[in-house]
Design a protein around this ligand. Structure first.
Ligand code: SF4
Ligand code: SF4
Length: 395
């Protein structure tokens, strides 16, 4: 956290708007909410010379890091960042700490699990595996399937260059998103390379491993800046990865480096919108679908560029809904003690989808997809996977 973040506290007028928008407050009355846990607690700490002579509230563990409080604040305060900082200082139960450490390093399990995906997927259903996971505090719920697929990329050199950053979910669970993004970018005239960076660090941040996340952010930033210097734009299809690179890194590494990175990160559909490129033809539209806006896409403040394209190109009737949180928040919904709360938060979204009677839901976030499929049974796809089918044949 930078000094700028601390000065930002003075903009809090205690209006409670953030409190009313917090999905945890609405479903768990013991949660004090973003105003109290964020700016209020931080002000008290600073008033006491930064020594924190009071215990950090354990309720912080229930903050999902959804960022809806940051989006809601009319004065530009970001309560979630104080929560993240103080969460990292919480002691907590050692078994939960161990489980959180496992979940925070999902990139390792993804790398291993996607080597022989059929074996991993079978193993994850095995009752003994489930029992062991339950013993360390992992919820008994649907897990993402692992998948391995070779991505085909053109070797043709072009003036426009894109470094595509897929993130963990697309890399290890749904590589067809990578292929779809590469095909779309190539149709837009880009020479594409896959980013050699691994996890963006969001699971570490959410699980209180702020120091480790900071080191990873620095390593990734250096990799990205080398490409930016060579004229590459960094493009992602994951809303949480995009938010981490644009916003979270700026809080962990304040300064010129993260500023330069921030200016060169784009969501795939944001860049298409910016450049006004439409490599699609709109024949044979899908009759009806539902678009769920991930909280971390909302927090980027770029609108809904994928939904706008889907509406124009691929879907006759697209219901765009941005008022609900699905409740999974990355690894949060995989924790035994938080599973019921995560499903309760997602409840209104599940109900709305069911009442809409749509055969298809579309969303940019891999974990939102898992939660929505788990809560509704309706198929969920990434917008890149849908829009790839509408690429002009001549491209
Ligand atoms: S953080 Fe923002 S929304 Fe929350 S109480 Fe303060 S001013 Fe209001
Ligand atoms: S980040 Fe989300 S869960 Fe955490 S305090 Fe803000 S609104 Fe509530």
């Amino acid at each position: 956290m930078s000094k700028g973040d601390e000065r930002n506290l003075d903009h809090c007028l205690k209006c409670s708007t953030c409190h009313t928008q917090c999905p945890v407050v609405a479903n768990y009355l013991a949660f004090p909410g973003p105003k109290q846990l964020g700016p209020e607690l931080e002000r008290l700490r600073l008033a006491r010379g930064g020594k924190a002579p009071f215990e950090i509230d354990e309720a912080l563990n229930y903050c999902t890091n959804c960022k809806r409080c940051d989006i809601a604040c009319p004065h530009g305060v970001k309560p979630s960042y104080y929560n993240i900082k103080n969460k990292a200082k919480l002691k907590g139960k050692s078994l939960n700490k161990f489980r959180d450490w496992i979940l925070a390093h999902n990139v390792w399990w993804g790398k291993i699990g996607s080597q022989i995906p059929s074996l991993t997927n079978f193993g994850l259903k095995f009752p003994l595996t489930r029992l062991s996971m339950g013993l360390v505090g992992v919820a008994n719920r649907h897990f993402p399937k692992y998948e391995k697929k070779k991505v085909i990329i053109s070797k043709e050199k072009k003036e426009k260059k894109a470094l595509y950053y897929a993130g963990c979910y697309a890399s290890y669970n749904e590589p067809q998103i990578i292929q779809a993004a590469v095909n779309i970018l190539e149709a837009c005239g880009y020479q594409v390379e896959l980013a050699p960076a691994a996890c963006c660090g969001t699971p570490m941040v959410s699980n209180g491993l702020l120091e480790e996340a900071g080191k990873l952010a620095e390593k990734n930033t250096d990799i990205f800046l080398k490409y930016i210097q060579q004229g590459f734009k960094i493009i992602t299809t994951c809303s949480s990865c995009g938010l981490a690179l644009k916003e979270e890194y700026a809080h962990m590494l304040p300064g010129e480096k993260s500023n330069r990175l921030r200016k060169n990160i784009w969501d795939l559909f944001e860049i298409l919108d910016e450049e006004g490129i439409l490599p699609f033809s709109s024949s044979q539209k899908i009759a009806k679908a539902y678009y769920h806006v991930p909280c971390h896409l909302k927090a980027q403040g770029i609108g809904v560029p994928a939904a706008n394209l889907l509406k124009a190109i691929a879907i006759k009737e697209l219901i765009i809904e941005d008022s609900y949180c699905c409740g999974i928040s990355g690894t949060y919904g995989f924790k035994k003690e938080k599973y019921a709360l995560s499903m309760a938060i997602g409840g209104p979204l599940f109900q709305d989808i069911k009442e809409s009677q749509v055969p298809l839901v579309i969303t940019d976030c891999g974990t939102c997809k898992l939660q929505i499929e788990h809560g509704t049974g309706v198929t969920v796809n990434h917008p890149a996977v849908i829009l790839e089918n509408y690429l002009k044949k001549t491209q």
